[in-house]
Write a protein that binds this ligand. Structure first.
Ligand code: CMC
Length: 439
């Protein structure tokens, strides 16, 4: 969508008397204004310098909005707290993709559309055989999701909006199947085919946990908890993996390849891998002695050179409690109650850890609060999901956000290939010495 400049302009002046320059300022519907510096290089021969994108808006978007100071997250204007209790994941997907919540007919049609794409090409099964059984699920997912582009040639024309829609549905529908196949492959159990009479999330749980030898009974509380995890992870504006998807897509790469790139980025412990790292951290503290050892652990975290971080804490945008963490904490209570695990030592440890950290000056001063990953691992573990698959679950849920953002980018008439510049600090031009002259 093109944006219109406001009446106010930003003026850049230089201390060396070169002429000052005006730049347009755009107002969003909410959130900070942005200064459009696209003409800076043409007018001055200078670039801006902003590693980590601390102050740079890389695009305009109307999908998701975060107010980090308030701790607010909106999908298409709707607060996450309302979506989490009033909608299911597929309604949320529809909202993210189309901008509005579905009415009853649209919901039925969309559910049926997704349901009819849940199977993967039979040859994908053989593709799995190429991986070691002990491969990390994220390695398998990067490979298999990227491989979808080799199976679905009929929806790869990114200039055709119908192709884009079909690819979007295929990705949303097939990710649960692939994540469950990844789990089954690790276990050495047969793959479980999707069942279209179940909801999206119930079907996923069945593909994960059913075995041919017995009937699988779906537990509604657990399905609802996992569905909520999916809703909370569905989108999060221009985070690292979403920006990766947009950057990959800006070259015209196909959506399956772009989502595989997003999965690769999500894998890192500073991003989606934090849920796995947070649970492993809790296990580590528990092994050392549990609640009494939190103080020692926090001491290590505060030691600048220790390299130890409180995983599941802190966020680039939230400088308040992550609203997803609040909902996840609630879900954690519900699931543990359902499973009669109220005394789960890991949950108790997490709550004690949270309390101590929220009162500690180090965390207070830096505005470090629990993020979504702090409690999601405990919920997933209670649901029977292995720790190494946590980030795979995150990928499944985030696929809709990635694809909605990718589609928004492709449809933007101002879209250009992403090509950041650099401040070069290496060697200037020099001649290649012969081998005997090299030090
Ligand atoms: N534990 C201890 N100290 C921390 C933490 C933490 N988890 N997070 C930030 N800090 C400190 C950091 O050392 C720095 O201190 P100082 O000012 O003394 O140098 C200060 O807080 C500011 O941190 P930063 O690293 O400049 O912040 P950032 O915006 O670059 O990093 C982050 C954000 C999420 C990568 C970081 O908070 C972190 O590594 N957290 C742990 C990993 C984690 O839970 N990630 C999940 C994020 S939410 C899910 C998702 O969206 O992927």
């Amino acid at each position: 969508m093109s944006v219109t400049p406001s009446d106010v302009k930003a003026t850049l002046s230089f201390s060396d008397n070169s002429p000052s320059i005006d730049f347009p300022i755009y107002k969003g519907t909410i959130g900070p204004d942005v200064v459009d510096i696209r003409a800076l290089y043409n007018k001055t021969g200078k670039f801006t310098y902003d590693p980590g994108f601390m102050s740079t808006a890389s695009c305009n978007s109307s999908i998701t909005y975060i107010d980090g100071d308030k701790g607010e997250l909106l999908y298409r204007g709707y607060p996450i707290e309302q979506l989490a209790v009033k909608c299911d994941f597929l309604e949320t997907c529809y909202l993210l993709l189309n901008g509005e919540l579905p009415n009853a007919t649209q919901r039925t049609d969309f559910t049926s559309l997704v349901t009819n794409h849940t199977m993967v090409h039979e040859q994908m099964g053989s593709f799995f055989q190429g991986f070691r059984r002990d491969a990390h699920p994220m390695a398998v997912l990067v490979g298999t999701v990227g491989a979808l582009s080799a199976f679905y040639h009929d929806s790869l024309d990114i200039t055709d909006s119908h192709h884009r829609d079909v690819s979007a549905i295929r990705l949303i529908a097939k990710l649960p199947t692939l994540v469950a196949m990844t789990h089954k492959y690790t276990l050495g159990q047969p793959f479980v085919y999707p069942r279209n009479d179940l909801s999206y999330t119930a079907n996923f749980m069945r593909m994960m946990f059913a075995v041919p030898a017995e009937e699988y009974k779906v537990n509604d509380v657990m399905v609802r908890a996992l569905d909520r995890i999916f809703i909370l992870h569905a989108d999060h504006e221009q985070n690292a993996s979403t920006s990766t998807v947009r950057l990959s897509g800006s070259s015209g790469a196909n959506p399956f390849a772009c989502i595989a790139a997003g999965i690769a980025c999500l894998w890192g412990p500073a991003h989606g891998g934090a849920n796995e790292a947070a649970l492993n951290m809790l296990y580590g503290i528990q092994k050392q002695g549990g609640v009494e050892k939190i103080g020692e652990f926090i001491k290590d975290v505060k030691e600048k050179d220790s390299g130890v971080k409180l995983m599941g804490f802190g966020h680039r945008v939230y400088k308040n409690y992550d609203p997803r963490a609040k909902l996840m904490r609630e879900t954690c209570h519900e699931v543990l109650n359902e499973l009669c695990l109220h005394d789960d030592p890991l949950f108790k440890l997490a709550m004690a850890q949270e309390k101590i950290s929220l009162e500690d000056d180090y965390f207070v001063k830096r505005k470090l609060y629990p993020n979504v990953d702090f409690y999601s691992g405990i919920v997933q573990r209670a649901l029977g999901i292995p720790v190494s698959l946590f980030t795979g679950i995150f990928s499944l849920a985030r696929t809709v956000g990635w694809i909605a953002q990718w589609n928004e980018m492709i449809s933007d008439p101002e879209q250009k290939i992403g090509r950041p510049r650099q401040l070069f600090i290496g060697a200037q031009r020099r001649d290649v010495p012969s081998i005997d002259q090299r030090k």
